[in-house]
Design a protein around this ligand. Structure first.
Ligand code: AMP
Ligand code: GLY
Length: 439
């Protein structure tokens, strides 16, 4: 098979790496890729948002399967454009991708599907939103647990979690008057703030059959102990004891199945990866958001544990016969991915620093260094983004996987490189707490 992976992050490197192991692969391209994907296949200099360019390339090279990593080309209609040319592609259509592309569409779908989620209201302008908040929380300046969300894609920045009334009013102002997220700012959603542990469940679906992937947990905050600003994700691990079989079944029955059904009934059948961001509240799991693609970095530890041929799974999804293939085989060992970032990330950072020690890290058994923000400069691998590498390792237990990953991290250097030191500690804390409760 001739395969094209679209994107240039750690997720796409993991996809390319796994696909490159397929016995059925003939040729692999990554557009635009990074310095790491160049080791697994051939990088092509076409941006992930260049829909026409990607379609032209896929036609010219008679690509058999396109695998789309990031959300932006999905919401822009890359899948529809390729399908029009009879090119097979893994990922949801533009209409189905609105589950992530429009938070209002997502909430309406959840409501229609009767899936548990936070209570919400939609506002077209700042004045009506302000009036609503003042009327609903009269005089309660210090306790206004609300979340203000911009409708469109805003690189994870369009969600403002508030405790006090002035924070809510400021958030409304930023979205409704200053239009801080451009066209994505309006309409805005104001919803109740949920409390609990946050987890994600990812599943591959062909629109009928749902194949939940092993549970993984992301670490969104920049610094240890979940302190600091939100990032794209500073690390992830799999499996997580926070999601047990029973919870996974509940999520499948009460959340994934009704969502997929509703999408089908609304003539927007969903095919690809459905990623549910959940809050485990006292009243059970509730959906915070849907993403329509693999999580980054969750994808890295998950694919590290996949023993089956990924191409078989992706192809069966595209062809609508996910129910006919054998269940994938997963490594029983644990895996963790530690993101190494540029100094200053998630704020401003500089690029172009030479990265050393990659070979020494790669020589450690059961370690794979996935590249995210890297490129080549004068034959050297240099930094080219905020999240630079996803150092991923397997181990007999999470603790051993962690040891292995940080051993590899120690080998890798560039000026200002840093990472969180506590990836996967949430799992240990959870097990400890459950033990103390006698569960
Ligand atoms: P989202 O992009 O909708 O997942 O929001 C980003 C982050 O905001 C989530 O990962 C949560 O940490 C937080 N968040 C979103 N909605 C809520 C909510 N209703 N209650 C509490 N936290 C929320
Ligand atoms: N790691 C979170 C995301 O991919 O959205």
């Amino acid at each position: 098979m001739r395969v094209l992976v679209v994107g240039n992050g750690g997720r796409e490197h993991a996809l390319a790496w796994k696909i490159s192991q397929s016995r059925r692969l003939k040729r692999l391209w990554i557009a635009p890729g990074n310095a790491g994907t160049a080791l697994e296949g051939e990088n092509v200099n076409i941006l992930a948002e260049d829909i026409a360019g990607l379609v032209r390339f896929a036609k010219k090279e008679s690509v058999d399967l396109v695998v789309v990593g990031p959300e932006l080309p999905l919401t822009m209609g890359l899948v529809d454009a390729l399908e029009k040319e009879k090119i097979r592609v893994f990922g949801p259509s533009r209409a189905a991708a609105q589950l992530e592309g429009s938070k209002v569409t997502c909430k309406q779908t959840l409501r229609r599907a009767d899936v548990p989620t936070a209570e919400y209201q939609v506002f077209q302008d700042a004045d009506s939103a302000t009036r609503y908040v003042k009327a609903r929380f009269p005089g309660e300046r210090d306790r206004t647990p609300l979340v203000v969300k911009a409708d469109g894609l805003a690189s994870g920045k369009g969600v403002i979690v508030c405790s006090r009334r002035e924070q809510v009013l400021e958030a409304i102002d930023r979205m409704g008057r200053k239009l801080e997220f451009g066209k994505a700012s309006l309409p805005m959603i104001i919803e109740e703030r949920l409390e609990g542990q946050e987890v994600s469940v990812l599943a591959i679906t062909d629109g009928r059959t749902i194949l939940p992937l092993p549970a993984a947990q992301d670490h969104k905050a920049a610094y240890d102990g979940d302190q600091g600003p939100n990032t794209g994700g500073m690390g992830a691990y799999s499996p997580t004891p926070i999601i047990d079989e029973e919870l996974l079944e509940t999520v499948e029955d009460k959340i994934l199945v009704p969502t997929i059904h509703t999408m089908k009934r609304s003539r927007k059948p969903f095919r690809g990866v459905l990623y549910a961001g959940l809050m485990l509240t006292a009243n059970g799991p509730k959906v915070l958001e849907y993403n329509v693609r693999f999580g980054d970095p969750e994808c890295q530890p998950i694919l590290m544990r996949l023993k089956s041929d990924l191409l078989d799974i992706l192809e069966a999804t595209v062809d609508g016969r996910l129910g006919d293939i054998d269940a994938p085989e997963w490594d029983t060992r644990a895996s963790i991915c530690v993101v190494m970032a540029s100094a200053g990330y998630p704020g401003e950072y500089t690029k172009g620093h030479e990265i050393t020690g990659l070979e020494a890290a790669a020589a450690i058994p059961d370690v794979k260094v996935f590249h995210a923000g890297t490129s080549f400069q004068d034959g050297k691998v240099v930094t080219a983004g905020g999240r630079v590498l996803g150092v991923t390792a397997l181990g007999e237990s999470l603790a051993l996987a962690k040891l292995n990953a940080y051993k590899a991290v120690k080998e890798i250097r560039w000026p200002g490189a840093w990472c969180r030191k506590d990836i996967s500690d949430k799992a240990a804390a959870h097990v400890l707490a459950a033990g103390e409760l006698g569960r």
